[in-house]
Design a protein around this ligand. Structure first.
Ligand SMILES: NC(=O)c1ccc[n+]([C@@H]2O[C@H](COP(=O)([O-])OP(=O)(O)OC[C@H]3O[C@@H](n4cnc5c(N)ncnc54)[C@H](O)[C@@H]3O)[C@@H](O)[C@H]2O)c1
Length: 356
């Protein structure tokens, strides 16, 4: 297979991560970088840096691009790439808000160019294993989905001004990935309630949040998070996905799912149920079964392999704009629920049903 020629738009922290992934991948080739403000990444990887998209598209032969520029440019950049017919891997978040995300989807429906949104955790093999267990019906009818993300961000994190103001808290920055996985594993969310606290750091931005969700399949969920709590419970600590930034506690779990037939903890994939021939009762001892979690594979390599399949037309994006817009809606609804102290229903977007 000929290596796919890929450029990176936005040469910051994530741009570098993607560049490192591309050069490691046997079927991808980094051909250019596009960043108006920095040549450093291009120099490091010995490829040209173009100052704008026109220049990139006029000079580089491309099969795809990775968009990792600041969030406020995601939609305009993706639209320009689609106009050139170039398949994109667009970093999360898809857009700043639902309205902007809808404008991107409208253009995509006309131009029909695929976009993979960078909800990279979906590419973790452990998530695929968990999904297989759930989809096989091993838990029966799911009743509860309990998720935790608790960690202590160093005080210096808040020296950066925008980290201290509303909108840059644990909800917008960290929980979008957990919400995405809750939806991926257990289906769409119908309504939310939420409470936030600023008590621990006394900043404008929330440091702690508790979210209640009602899934469309009738199950209930909680997502409890704090960036001012000392704890080993959270995806980043319990997997090795992000071990350059997070110290790991791999023996701990952060998602606990239970249903009418069994329970599953993630990422260690312990599955609990009653022995087949015994009474289903709280008095019957549970059996603990262990599925060996596949911790070996690099989630970014897996994401890139999927992106190459999307470029080749062999796969539909596992996270498309029509899917990822629901994460943006969720963030908005959770914020509204926390501000009003009311249950907020997620608005149903008509086109989702048509294309489901
Ligand atoms: N998937 C994840 O877990 C994850 C983690 C971190 C960040 N992100 C996302 O990745 C994106 C980049 O984040 P980051 O932490 O790398 O930011 P960053 O600030 O380190 O890098 C952004 C880069 O974009 C460049 N840039 C600015 N305007 C540009 C433009 N118009 N065109 C091209 N480049 C431009 C800047 O010069 C900078 O080099 C964000 O959307 C962020 O949400 C995703």
């Amino acid at each position: 297979m000929q290596a796919k020629k890929i450029a990176i738009i936005g040469a910051g922290v994530m741009g570098k991560k993607h560049a490192q992934t591309i050069v490691k991948h046997p079927h991808a080739e980094l051909v250019a970088v596009c960043d108006p403000f920095s040549d450093v990444l291009a120099q490091e990887f010995n490829v040209p840096n173009y100052k704008d998209l026109e220049e990139l598209f006029n000079n580089a032969e491309l099969d795809g691009v990775v968009i990792a520029n600041p969030n406020r440019f995601h939609v305009s950049t993706a639209i320009q790439c689609m106009e050139y017919g170039i398949t994109c891997l667009l970093e999360k978040p898809l857009a700043l808000n639902t309205e902007e995300a809808l404008s991107l989807i409208e253009v995509q429906q006309k131009l029909n160019v695929p976009i993979l949104v960078g909800h990279h955790r979906r590419h973790n093999k452990i998530i695929q294993q968990a999904k297989e267990i759930i989809d096989a019906g091993s838990l029966g009818q799911i009743n509860t989905f309990n998720a935790l993300w608790s960690v202590y961000k160093p005080d210096s994190y808040f020296d950066i001004e925008w980290h201290r103001v509303a909108g840059a808290g644990v909800l917008a920055i960290n929980l979008v990935h957990d919400l995405d996985l809750m939806r991926y594993l257990n289906g769409e969310i119908e309504s939310v309630q939420a409470m936030t606290s600023t008590k621990n750091r006394s900043l404008e931005v929330e440091d702690t949040i508790s979210i209640l969700v009602r899934f469309k399949n009738g199950s209930l969920g909680t997502l409890l998070a704090s960036d001012a709590a000392v704890s080993p419970w959270g995806w980043d600590q319990n997997t090795e996905e992000n071990k350059n930034s997070f110290a790991v506690s791999p023996d701990q779990d952060c998602y606990f799912i239970s249903g009418s037939e069994g329970a599953l903890s993630i990422p260690n994939l312990e599955y609990w149920n009653y022995p087949k021939d015994q009474l289903k009762s709280w008095a019957t001892p549970l059996i603990k079964n262990k599925v060996e979690p596949n911790k070996e594979e690099d989630v970014y390599i897996n994401q890139l392999t999927h992106f190459i399949d999307v470029i080749d037309g062999k796969a539909e994006p596992i996270s498309s704009p029509k899917d990822a817009i629901q994460n943006i809606q969720l963030l908005e609804c959770i914020e509204q629920a926390a501000n009003t102290q009311r249950t907020v229903h997620i608005e149903h977007l008509e086109f989702l049903q048509k294309t489901a």
